[in-house]
Ligand binder design. Structure first.
Ligand code: MN
Ligand code: MN
Length: 325
């Protein structure tokens, strides 16, 4: 269950309203790399791990819940950056307090004008956050990556944290408000922490490469196709041992057109670069498949099942008392 605590995880503050920056900040509320996406991604991924891998379930749900807390901080900041707009919109006369404070007749036009950078503030939400990105495009479920394989999901999560981090880094360049910057710096630092958590969790799953179970056909896993003309860049991604095991290396195919013709479209390609035979790869995949599947099967009871367990109690008396009576 969720239980709401009214204090924010980080005490969001603003020095003054800034509707322009509020509209940019929406990117972290309802954007493709924002807090709602992160929260929903880890939340959705967690279900399949509840019984089979409770330790990773705990990690994902803790971070998902923290992301909802970040969403709350971003929403609170947007609302404060728009302060005055909601009241202003409700003020039919041109004599509102805010307008007097800001110095008169042009104030309403200027605030509305700035809000029009993101028209939904003026025309739709009336001064609060909307579940959209900074361009007003609605948040969508397709932002969520969840594939039911722990090593795949953790890699998606490291990618999500990288993107969230860089969006905060970009956003920091567009506000001078020291109080807003303080919140953004907290949020950005937490994405760095999450990246490290997901990385450590991925390392704790062994083997974690390749993603999934199947090992890939050994004839093709170590080939680099030089698919362009002109000068070729070489590096650990296409040269030497690179990321492979000792004794293995990349096989650089300098002229892929000739290679395709000579191998009749790979039919005659032989295994190069790897020391693992296809038979070894197949039996490795078989073993790994068995191991992963039994890890799940032995944790999930056959027939009746329940999500939660509760401590045994001796009394049947209610544990809540309505003291207001
Ligand atoms: Mn976050
Ligand atoms: Mn995060």
């Amino acid at each position: 269950m969720f239980h709401h605590v009214k204090e924010l995880q980080f005490n969001a503050r603003v020095s003054k309203p800034d509707p322009r920056f509020a509209s940019l900040l929406l990117e972290q509320f309802g954007g493709a790399n924002g807090e709602l996406k992160a929260a929903m991604q880890y939340f959705v991924q967690s279900f399949g791990l509840r019984q089979s891998h409770p330790q990773y379930y705990d990690l994902l749900m803790d971070i998902a819940t923290e992301e909802f807390s970040h969403l709350e901080i971003v929403g609170a900041t947007i609302t404060m950056l728009l302060d005055g707009l909601n009241g202003q919109l409700k003020e039919a006369s041109e004599q509102s307090d805010l307008m007097k404070l800001l110095g008169g007749k042009g104030a309403k036009e200027s605030i509305i004008h700035e809000a029009m950078v993101s028209p939904q503030f003026a025309a739709l939400s009336g001064g609060g956050p909307t579940p959209t990105n900074s361009q007003g495009v609605p948040w969508q479920g397709s932002y969520v990556n969840s594939n039911g394989d722990l090593t795949v999901d953790l890699r998606s999560d490291m990618a999500a944290e990288s993107r969230a981090k860089i969006v905060y880094e970009y956003l920091l360049q567009f506000t001078d408000d020291p109080l807003v910057r303080e919140s953004l710096q907290f949020l950005m630092a937490r994405e760095i922490a999450h990246f490290q958590m997901f990385g450590a969790a991925l390392e704790s799953v062994q083997p974690n490469f390749p993603p999934g179970i199947l090992q890939g056909e050994q004839r093709f896993t170590h080939l680099y196709f030089n698919m362009s003309n002109g000068a070729s860049a070489r590096g650990p991604w296409n040269q030497g041992q690179g990321p492979w095991r000792p004794g293995e290396q990349w096989v650089y195919i300098d002229d892929p057109v000739t290679q395709v013709r000579e191998t009749r479209g790979q039919l005659d390609t032989t295994t190069l670069g790897t020391t693992m035979s296809q038979e070894q790869a197949d039996s490795l995949a078989k073993e790994l498949g068995k191991k992963r599947s039994s890890q799940i099967k032995e944790k999930i009871p056959k027939g009746e099942n329940q999500w939660s367990s509760y401590p045994q109690t001796n009394t049947a008396s209610p544990t809540t008392v309505d003291s207001a009576k």
